[in-house]
Unconditional design. Structure first.
Length: 114
């Protein structure tokens, strides 16, 4: 059974930083790309960033230069370092893998105050 467990969310002021982590189980982590998505209040879930098994990264335009995705294959963990946070980054953040696209964790709530 595939499972994703996100952590590291919280409340932060605009301009601050947070680091999210997601531990994956039930997949061969090192062989799979990993994604971060987010869903803001009243909005649809949207792509944030991805990292392939070889370390290639892709970012949504609205986070380029502010967020960094990384992975630790030994710990089956994908991280999202978020800097220069804005109120519009307020959302629940989820990790996911194309290997199990319908498996979603509980997410990590990120709230950015102005």
């Amino acid at each position: 059974q595939v499972q994703f467990v996100e952590s590291g969310g919280g409340l932060v002021q605009a301009g601050g930083s947070l680091r999210l982590s997601c531990v994956a189980s039930g997949i061969t982590f090192s062989r799979n790309a990993m994604y971060w998505y987010r869903q803001g209040p009243g909005k649809q879930r949207e792509f944030v960033a991805s990292i392939t098994s070889s370390g290639n990264r892709v970012y949504a335009e609205f986070v380029k230069g502010r967020f960094t995705i990384s992975r630790d294959n030994a710990k089956s963990t994908v991280n999202l370092q978020m800097n220069s946070l804005k109120p519009e980054d307020t959302a629940v953040y989820y990790c996911n893998s194309p290997f199990a696209p319908t498996s979603w964790g509980q997410g990590a709530q990120v709230t950015v105050s102005s």
